[in-house]
Each structure stands twice: as C-alpha cells, then as structure tokens.
Design a binder for this molecule. Structure first.
Ligand code: GDP
Ligand code: MG
Length: 360
C-alpha cells in the first residue's frame, strides 16, 4: 500500500472514504486530505480493520533493481540424506570455515563460490517448513533440491516434495544421494523419475540431475554448479533500496541476547536501528549479524541475517515490516494480535459448527 491515498485505499477495499477517515481519526492520525499518501503501516492497519484482503504491495518504481543470489530449500524422503547433505554443503561455506567448523543451525547459510556467486540454503529440511512458510505467504524459496537416495529410489515423500514444488511453481534440481553405497543404483532412480513425468536433462528435458554423496562429499561442487546454472536461467533480481520486505526463517530464544530471528530479505535493505513489526511481535533492531556471526549494518536481498532486538519470539514465515516509530510498531503489533485472535476464534467456531452438523 506504499504511497496509497485514502481514495485509492477506499477503491481497493470497497469501503467508503468516510469510513476509512473515521478509522484514521481513531488511530490518532491527522487526516489532511484523502489525496495525501498514507504511511504503509497505517494503511495496513486500516485494511486489517476493515477486513479487506488486499495484499501488501511494494512499488518498484524508481528503484534500483539488481541481480540477487538464489535461495534454495532441500526436500526429499525421510532418511534420504537431507540433513547430511546440508551439513556437507555447509562445510563448503565460508561461514562454517570462519566459525572454526562449528556448525550452527540458525535456519540458513550461504555458500560462496570461487566465481563470486553465492547460494543461500535454507537449513530447514522437509516439506513442513516449506509448506508452513508458503501457507503464510512467505515464498522465499527460488529453487528446490530434491534429494533421492540412490539405493532406495523414489518414495512417497519424494512424490510429495515434487508436488509441493510444482504447486509453488518452483524449479527442481535432483540430487541423487548415497552414490557411495554399493547398492546404489542412480540409473534406476532416473527411470523412476522419468516415469513420474520428470523430463531429465540427459533424456532431452531440462531438469538437471546430479549424483552426490553426503558422506564422501563427492559431487557437491557439481550440485552447486547445477544450482547456479538453474538460477542464472531464472534471472533473479530484487529491489535493493528502500524499506526491506523480509521473512523469518527461524527464531529462537537466546539466554543472553533475547529473541533471535533469522530472516531473509526479499527486497529492499534492512538497516540496524529500524523499528520493525515481525508477525505480531515488534521491536527495534539492535544488531544484525551475518550467518558467520559478524556484525553488519544492513542486510540486502537473499542475504540471511540474524536480527536482535525483538520483544518476543516470532514464527517461521512471519514477515518483517519496517515502520517509522516505536509507537507505530506497538500499534501494528497490537492490531495484528487482535486480528490473529479473531481469526483463531472464528476458526474454532467454524470447526465446532462442522462437528455439530447432524450426520446422515
Ligand atoms: P534425512 O532424514 O533426509 O535428513 O536423512 P539424514 O541426513 O538424517 O540421513 C539418514 C541416514 O543416511 C544417516 O544414517 C546418514 O548417515 C545416511 N546418509 C546420508 N547421506 C548419505 C550418503 O551420501 N551415503 C551414505 N552411505 N549414507 C548417507
Ligand atoms: Mg533430517
């Protein structure tokens, strides 16, 4: 709603200008003219309150749009080696080397390639995280690495992962894992995938397949190359200047530092000191660290960072919204809490009505 006027907002929400202005007055906002642009957080509160379902939109007008790194999620059947593969990949990252081999699980890590390109891996294997984030509107993943064990082949959760990626319209790179095993049969996996309608590259399609082993760490560079190739074709870009649009990947409570949220910026730049609302939590960003723990002033698109300074613990998939003042942050957070509570109650009521329906 950035820069929207009350008139435009009225059109979008189907409410009268008078109704919206009354609400603005209740918020303590000065209403000068219905043609004045509204602050984005105020507009959001108004929309929330009138119950309209208008998606937050950031205008890219007059902004610098630059290429950005690719964000990858690893999916696959249980025990096919997602965690092992992520661990192996993490060890190829600069951050892991700088942290002296300590593998911190903070929800994301970055692998920097000799070419200067980098890959951001979400360290949250499994469809649960992917689905939860997507359900909350956080489409942070550009690409799915589908892990299939070479000895086990295509299994139910492999198919589930494929259908998740397909419905999210996210391209897949296949990693056939455990190729070190004597019982490995990568060719069989390829045939299975082909019979699922997968058009593999070596069969004339465009889905790349890489044979790897998370244990012997072979094929990892090929996998990284395949990811970069796929990313190149997607021509990923993002607005760099202006307020950040970011999403929480993971959050945890640290004894000394309080709530820590790992976030990935989708667009814009997150700057230390900004007031933010994260889901229904709020706070002022006290510190931003990169995934190696180094302090930084700002976070740019596709760069995972850990932010400190929130008052409470947000959830994976929560959006990070920058607001002008602490007062606004409190206000928007309170507004969202009311809305979430209302939604929750409504859901409970609906479920009750469902179960109370007379069965035939
Ligand atoms: P996840 O459930 O998909 O996360 O699978 P894990 O990473 O936990 O791996 C399941 C089991 O497979 C573990 O015992 C791993 O040691 C083993 N494993 C994972 N990758 C490989 C591999 O490349 N080769 C072999 N031989 N074993 C592997
Ligand atoms: Mg695992």
């Amino acid at each position: 709603f950035e820069g929207m006027t009350t008139v435009e907002l009225a059109k979008r929400t189907g409410q009268s200008v008078i109704t919206l202005q009354e609400f603005l007055v209740n918020l303590g906002e000065k209403v000068v003219s219905e043609f004045d642009p509204l602050k984005i957080d105020v507009a959001e509160l108004v929309v929330m309150e009138v119950g309209a379902n208008v998606r937050r939109q950031h205008s890219n007008e007059g902004s610098e749009i630059l290429p950005r790194p690719v964000v990858v999620t690893v999916m696959g059947h249980v025990d096919h080696g997602k965690t092992s593969l992520l661990d192996a990949l993490r060890q190829t990252s600069v951050a892991a080397k700088e942290a002296g081999g300590i593998t911190q699980h903070l929800g994301a890590f970055v692998v920097s390639m000799p070419s200067g390109a980098s890959i951001t891996f979400l360290d949250t294997p499994g469809h649960a995280a992917f689905s939860a984030m997507r359900a909350r509107g956080a489409a942070v993943t550009d690409l799915v690495v589908l892990v299939v064990a070479a000895d086990d082949g295509v299994m139910p959760q492999t198919l589930e992962a494929i259908s998740h990626a397909k419905s999210a319209n996210v391209p897949i790179v296949v990693a056939i894992n455990k190729c070190d095993k004597p019982s490995a049969n990568p060719e069989r996996v390829k045939l299975q995938l082909a019979s699922e309608g997968f058009l593999l590259e070596e069969m004339g399609g465009d889905i790349q397949v890489v044979e790897v082993s998370a244990v012997t760490k072979t094929g990892l560079d090929n996998l990284e190359e395949a990811i970069l190739l796929q990313a190149e074709m997607m021509e990923l870009k993002a607005r760099v200047d202006g307020h950040a649009q970011a999403y929480v990947v993971e959050a945890k409570l640290d004894k000394g530092r309080g709530p820590l949220a790992t976030a990935i910026v989708k667009a814009g730049t997150l700057v230390c000191g900004q007031h933010v609302v994260v889901g229904s939590e709020w706070g002022r960003i006290r510190a931003i660290r990169d995934m190696s723990g180094k302090l930084t002033e700002r976070a740019r698109p596709a760069m995972p960072v850990v932010i400190e300074g929130l008052k409470g613990l947000p959830m994976a998939g929560d959006d990070v919204t920058v607001v002008e003042t602490e007062e606004r942050a409190r206000m928007l957070s309170a507004g969202r809490r009311r809305k979430y509570e209302k939604d929750r109650l409504r859901q409970i009521m609906e479920e009750r009505t469902e179960t109370n329906k007379p069965s035939e």
